[in-house]
Design a protein around this ligand. Structure first.
Ligand code: MG
Length: 351
């Protein structure tokens, strides 16, 4: 097919300031540098975002290298063959999924904006089924955790980061100020299965309803042992990136946390949703620290999720974009075409 749409791909790095120093079992940070990607053509501008994660050997520089590599693809290939173009994007690099997520996102935003329909509508999804999102509380002192819990008063579900051997202190601090639903994320923090089981049993006694990634990704047998002995769903996060990981994980986990940044974009995330569902697994949609661009893209497929943890834009104080909103924790999708995002104010583009 002859390509008859002239497209221009560009990018810029945005420094996102975190409202609170973010600490999880892996480390701490005060800001995050994400890469915003723009695709212009036929009077339509699409937006995409990459949130590079050092856990997966990603940096803004490695992300930009893949975006540069993608420019000829967008110049040569017909964007309307977006499945084909999506495969070509996935083939750009064996890893670097955040960069590929931005490229696939900007493509799908451009396609659905060109069609004049919101992403969720294009996919045939019910906007009213967008789930309630949890709000994540990072590891901190008891005083700061309690302050964060108070700031999260509108959210009915809190996701508490644990896995640093002081969860009794953390959960105790949370429980001193709220009795709302809790889920926990150990971020691979527990290395011994018996100890992990004891910690989970105690967490269940505190009303915890779900545990994310209790053990390291390479401890699948131990996680399977753990799951056979626990009554709450055990969800894979660091263990799962793309659809190919899911069949094996179905033996050890009750569900998977799908993130656009791990999957490499919306098209792969959708393949993961269908595969997980066909294996009887629960689907959580998660995120990294992201602006409203990537969060709104994920929210566009959130009517397919059992759980949503799409709070990355709520953890930053300088989100340059407006998109999906939250009402008492419920994700509210707007009716704007595409992923439904616009710049909050003036927005420059370079690269
Ligand atoms: Mg997680």
């Amino acid at each position: 097919m002859t390509k008859n749409v002239a497209l221009r791909l560009s990018y810029e790095v945005k420094r996102l300031q975190l409202k609170h120093t973010w600490t999880i079992a892996r480390g701490s940070s005060d800001f995050k540098d994400n890469v915003i990607v723009t695709l212009e053509g036929s009077g339509v501008t699409g937006l995409g975002e990459a949130a590079p994660n050092i856990r997966y050997d990603e940096t803004p520089e490695s992300t930009i290298a893949v975006i540069e590599k993608a420019k000829p693809l967008f110049e040569k290939q017909d964007p309307w063959e977006f499945v084909e173009l999506g495969f070509a994007i996935q083939a750009l690099d064996p890893a670097q999924t955040a960069a590929k997520a931005a490229l696939d996102m900007v493509l799908m935003d451009w396609i659905t904006k060109s069609l004049g329909v919101p992403l969720y509508q294009y996919l045939g999804l019910a906007k009213a089924k967008a789930p309630t999102t949890s709000l994540s509380i990072g590891i901190d002192t008891a005083e700061v955790i309690q302050q964060k819990v108070r700031e999260a008063s509108e959210f009915p579900i809190l996701k508490i980061k644990v896995g640093m051997e002081n969860e009794e202190e953390i959960i105790g601090a949370v429980r001193a100020v709220t009795d709302k639903s809790l889920i926990v994320d150990a971020n691979e923090g527990w290395k011994d299965k018996q100890e992990a089981l004891e910690r989970i049993e105690w967490l269940i006694s505190q009303g915890v309803q779900l545990v994310e990634q209790p053990m390291p990704a390479d401890m699948l047998d131990e996680t399977r042992w753990l799951r056979e002995r626990t009554s709450v769903p055990i969800i894979a996060d660091e263990s799962v990136k793309t659809a190919g990981d899911i069949p094996l994980l179905s033996l050890a986990f009750d569900g998977i946390n799908i993130k656009l940044m791990k999957a490499g974009g919306l098209q792969e995330a959708l393949r993961m949703v269908w595969l997980a569902k066909s294996l009887g697994m629960k689907v959580m949609l998660g995120c990294m620290v992201e602006t409203s661009v990537a969060i709104s893209a994920a929210a566009g497929i959130s009517p397919l999720a059992d759980y949503a943890d799409l709070d990355g834009n709520l953890l930053i104080s300088n989100d340059p974009y407006l998109g999906v909103s939250v009402d008492n924790g419920q994700l509210i999708l707007n009716d704007d075409p595409g992923i439904g995002v616009k710049p909050r104010g003036r927005c420059s583009v370079s690269g």
